[in-house]
Each structure stands twice: as structure tokens, then as C-alpha cells.
Design a protein around this ligand. Structure first.
Ligand code: OSB
Ligand code: MG
Length: 368
């Protein structure tokens, strides 16, 4: 694959409803898209960084810098046998996985089109209908949260995840449990606690959660292992896992029992597949996390979610939960059973809507 041209765009898209986590509230997304043109085909990737360096240190600005000044010049004008070949080329840059993933994933989109295969098939995916959950942010009141949970359960979603933080946790989870005794329920703390909170975290066990996601430090493994020995709720790691090696170390020391895989956080499809394989070999279930993606990132998440180890419902849900109008055609829709039908056409399986993308673009730059 010979890369002729790469384009960066920054989009600004307002969310249908604000999304609030333990680290803050998002109302407007800034999304950097990478468009790659190679041998008459076009591939797309999305930078999943948050607007502020709170989930991780990456932001749309840092990704633009790393792509523009390093990753793009290293990729342009070269012949790549497979998209995985960019991984060792990108390795001298420490971290910046979301910037790397956006470019590598665009190459996978092209590779799938060249082979006339859906991206899911190219990645070795076997699941044809993926199970979906939703991630519900912190709301203004428990009453509003209960209404939101009721709406998503009625829509068919197979599990409900709620964001928690000190002061909005066991009280909220118990209110949900009282109203919905049997729904598959989990909580995501985005690193809002420390080992000093063990007594409080033990109270989560009363709520019969499928799992508690990333209760402790974003860069911690050891304290999660100490916590897991003291609570019965399974811990799921998100922020702390950046590679298959991280996954191996986490599972060896018992830092968690489940891993959430995000393409951006681990640096693209090649690394995501390695994390998946490391977990599958140890019979550890994985699921696909979300980063409030536009349709481009969402389409990549759908392809990832078809790999056989993705046995738990992920945070991959319908476009309409985020956007009044998504940037792909058709939009991502979810069945009444809470599933997404994996597209069977070549590449992403959804067509980027170019006029719509142009309308929400606030800057662009191209490289030849
Ligand atoms: O921790 O999983 C997370 C969104 C932004 C940053 C971090 C996270 C999330 C979500 C939303 O939980 C998942 C989604 O619906 O895209
Ligand atoms: Mg999370």
C-alpha cells in the first residue's frame, strides 16, 4: 500500500446531551479525523482523545502535533505491506496512542477495501451481531438518572453502566437496584478513589454489579490488585491498560478480572488484537469501550467488537444517543434486542458523509 496523501481535520460536534464523569462534563466534542488516500482508495481514522487531558494526557491538540510533525511524515510516500508495519515505525514515540491509532486504523480501512472484505472479517472477527450496553453519565438528580436508565432498558440495551464518583455512587446504585432489581448493572469510577476508600468500596458489593471499572489511579496496577483481594465485585481495568504487556502484568498480579479494550488507548487495531489475544488465552473476558466517538470511530469499534473474546456487551451504542446527525451513512442503529448488525460491505461498512463532515470541520491541513 503506497500512501499518496493524508489529511487532518478537526470537527466540532455538539453532543445531544452533556456527558459527565468523575473528571468533568463534556458538551461539545472536538474530533480529529485522519483521511488517507492510497492507490485510489480512501480510509478514515478518528482520534479519540478528550478535549481536556483528564482521561489521559492526549488532547486533539497533542494528537494534531504528533500526527503532523511525526507520524504523517513517517508514513507518507512509503510502501506498507500491511498496516501493522507502521507499529514498529511509530514505536520511537512514547505513548500518544490515540494519535497513532487514528492513522493505523485508517490504513486498516484501506487494507479491507483492497481485499474487498468487511473490516471485521479482516480482523478475524466471528461475531455477526454484537451485544450493546450504554454508558450513562452523572445526571443532575437521581430521579433523572432513573428515567434515563428506564429509557435505555426499554430501548433494549443489554447492560447499563453508570458513572460514579464520591457522593454519587452506592446511594445511586442502590436506587437503581431498587427500581431495576435484575438488570445487568456496572459502574465506572474513572480513577476517582484510592486505597484509603476500601471500606467504602466494599459497600459496592451490595449492589451486585457485573463489574466496577477503574476505581483507582489511571496509571496504577498494584493497588487495584490489593483492592480486588478485598472486594467481591470484579474489577475491570480501562485507563491502566495500554498494551498486551500491561494486560499480562495486570492479570498476573490479579489487578482485575475483566479488561475493557479501546482502540485509541492501546494504539490501534494491531495492539487491540494483541490485548484481546492475551486475555482470551487466559479466559479473561473483554469488551469494547467507547470515547463518545463520531460514526468513524464507532465503525472501527464495531469491527473490533466482532473478535471472539468480546463476550460482554460494550459501550458501543446508537449514533442518535450522541448526535442529532452523525457523519456516516447509514447511522449506527441498535436493534430492539440491544444488538448492532455488523455491516457486510468492504471496509468500514458505513459511508463517510463528506458534505456533513465539511460542514462541521473547523480546520484542515493536507500532506502529500
Ligand atoms: O471511561 O469509558 C470511559 C467516555 C469518555 C471518556 C471515558 C469513558 C467514556 C465513556 C463513554 O464511558 C462511552 C461511550 O458511550 O462512548
Ligand atoms: Mg472507563
Amino acid at each position: 500500500m503506497n500512501i499518496d496523501r493524508i489529511e487532518l481535520r478537526e470537527l466540532q460536534m455538539p453532543l445531544v446531551h452533556f456527558f459527565e464523569t468523575s473528571f468533568g462534563r463534556t458538551t461539545m466534542r472536538r474530533i480529529v479525523l485522519v483521511r488517507v488516500d492510497a492507490e485510489g482508495l480512501t480510509g478514515w481514522g478518528e482520534v479519540t482523545a478528550g478535549e481536556e487531558p483528564f482521561y489521559s494526557y492526549e488532547t486533539p491538540e497533542t494528537a494534531w502535533h504528533i500526527l503532523r510533525n511525526f507520524l504523517i511524515p513517517w508514513t507518507l510516500g512509503k510502501e506498507w505491506a500491511t498496516p501493522s508495519d507502521v507499529v514498529p515505525r511509530f514505536r520511537p514515540i512514547r505513548g500518544h496512542n490515540m494519535a497513532k491509532a487514528a492513522l493505523e486504523n485508517a490504513l486498516w480501512d484501506i487494507a479491507a477495501q483492497q481485499k474487498n472484505l468487511p473490516l471485521a472479517k479482516l480482523m478475524g472477527g466471528t461475531i455477526q451481531e454484537i451485544p450493546c450496553g450504554v454508558s450513562i453519565g452523572i445526571q443532575k438528580s437521581i430521579e433523572e438518572l432513573l428515567e434515563e436508565v428506564a429509557r435505555e432498558v426499554a430501548a433494549g440495551y443489554q447492560r447499563i453502566k453508570v458513572k460514579v464518583k464520591p457522593g454519587w455512587d452506592v446511594n445511586v446504585l442502590e436506587a437503581i437496584r431498587n427500581r431495576f432489581p435484575r438488570i445487568p448493572l456496572m459502574a465506572d469510577a474513572n480513577s476517582a478513589y484510592s486505597l484509603a476508600d476500601v471500606a467504602h468500596l466494599k459497600e459496592f458489593d451490595r449492589c451486585y454489579l457485573m463489574m466496577l471499572e477503574q476505581p483507582l489511579g489511571w496509571d496504577d496496577l498494584l493497588d487495584h490488585a490489593k483492592l480486588q483481594r478485598q472486594i467481591s465485585t470484579p474489577i475491570c481495568l480501562d485507563e491502566s491498560i495500554h498494551s498486551a504487556d500491561d494486560a499480562r502484568k495486570a492479570l498476573e498480579i490479579g489487578a482485575g478480572k475483566i479488561i475493557n479494550i479501546k482502540l485509541g488507548r492501546v494504539g490501534g487495531f494491531t495492539a487491540a488484537r494483541q490485548v484481546h489475544d492475551a486475555c482470551l488465552a487466559r479466559r479473561v473476558p473483554v469488551w469494547c469501550g467507547g470515547m463518545l466517538e463520531s460514526g468513524i470511530g464507532r465503525a472501527h469499534n464495531i469491527a473490533l467488537s466482532t473478535m471472539p473474546g468480546f463476550t460482554l456487551p460494550g459501550d458501543v451504542s446508537a449514533s442518535r444517543r450522541y448526535w442529532t446527525e452523525d457523519i456516516i451513512d447509514p447511522e449506527v442503529t441498535v436493534s430492539a434486542q440491544g444488538t448492532i448488525n455488523v455491516p457486510k460491505t468492504a471496509g468500514l461498512g458505513y459511508k463517510p458523509n463528506l458534505p456533513r463532515i465539511e460542514k462541521v470541520t473547523v480546520r484542515k491541513e493536507s500532506f502529500e
